[in-house]
Ligand binder design. Structure first.
Ligand SMILES: NC(=O)c1ccc[n+]([C@@H]2O[C@H](COP(=O)([O-])OP(=O)(O)OC[C@H]3O[C@@H](n4cnc5c(N)ncnc54)[C@H](OP(=O)(O)O)[C@@H]3O)[C@@H](O)[C@H]2O)c1
Length: 232
């Protein structure tokens, strides 16, 4: 039985990896969810209480569908911009980065989160809601070959910081989840054994701590959230 007072979250890119793990944890807490992925697979059967929309976050019509689904639920407490494009695999040096691929990275990792935030801001303001933009250490470290994806995540970090300054009633977080054993991570390290990286489920408690304690808006690393080093 759902109730209009139950909190509502949008999680983009929820078919696998971190987005799937986070969606499962929020559903288990009774959140109502609007989820997407280009190929959601069995997500709707796995999380039957969620609204699952197949689509690409870079597609304005799909984003309008997401916003309409949220409006139908009557409120929005949390937007998690998690869907991400890494760019070509193996990762190219900036000298060789195909510009069409770079445009696609920026469209997915920067413009789509901004556009979804714009579409959902009235609902987020109404609940003094939370925006979580999933970042990366590549946003702040100058790793060779990570210049396309890393610069997009750096832009997303700054978008988050300015959003926090412009919308002080919201909580706006850029969160670096750290390395996780996912398809995106495998694409960044093709052919490498990544089995020593933690499963995405391992970092979810850090994200939940953020929601539970609502520290000041800012940039956080899941590792410090997991160690409870962030003051509430
Ligand atoms: N894994 C790591 O080590 C790591 C480290 C730092 C940061 N991150 C960040 O963590 C977040 C989650 O990554 P992950 O590792 O969990 O990746 P993942 O396992 O590859 O999952 C990515 C999810 O996003 C969806 N997606 C990708 N492009 C999309 C689009 N254009 N529209 C809608 N959905 C889209 C994918 O589904 P479809 O393909 O079906 O669309 C999938 O559900 C990303 O923001 C990533 O940058 C990851």
């Amino acid at each position: 039985m759902t109730h209009v007072s139950q909190p509502v979250a949008v999680v983009t890119g929820a078919s696998k990896g971190l987005g799937r793990a986070l969606a499962g944890a929020l559903a288990a807490r009774g959140w109502r969810l609007v989820l997407d992925a280009r190929n959601p697979g069995r997500l709707a059967e796995e999380l039957p209480s969620a609204v699952v929309l197949a689509g690409d976050v870079t597609d304005p019509a799909h984003r309008a569908d997401v916003a309409a689904a949220v409006r139908a639920l009557g409120r929005l407490d949390l937007l998690v911009n998690n869907a991400s494009d890494l760019g070509p695999s193996p990762l190219p040096a900036l000298a060789d980065h195909p510009l069409e691929a770079l445009r696609r990275v920026y469209e997915t990792d920067v413009l789509a989160p901004v556009a979804l935030t714009q579409a959902l801001l009235p609902l987020l303001r109404a609940t003094s809601g939370t925006v979580v933009n999933v970042s990366s250490d590549a946003a702040v470290e100058a790793y060779p070959y990570w210049g396309g994806y890393g610069s997009a995540k750096a832009a997303l970090d700054q978008v988050t910081a300015v959003l926090a300054a412009e919308e002080p009633e919201l909580a706006a977080y850029a969160v670096d989840p750290g390395d996780m054993r996912t398809d995106l991570h495998q694409a960044a390290f093709p052919g490498e054994d990544i089995s020593d990286r933690p499963e995405p489920e391992a970092v979810v408690p850090g994200f939940l701590r953020l929601l539970d304690t609502r520290p000041p808006s800012g940039r956080y690393r899941a590792a410090e959230l997991l160690r409870a080093e962030v003051p509430a």
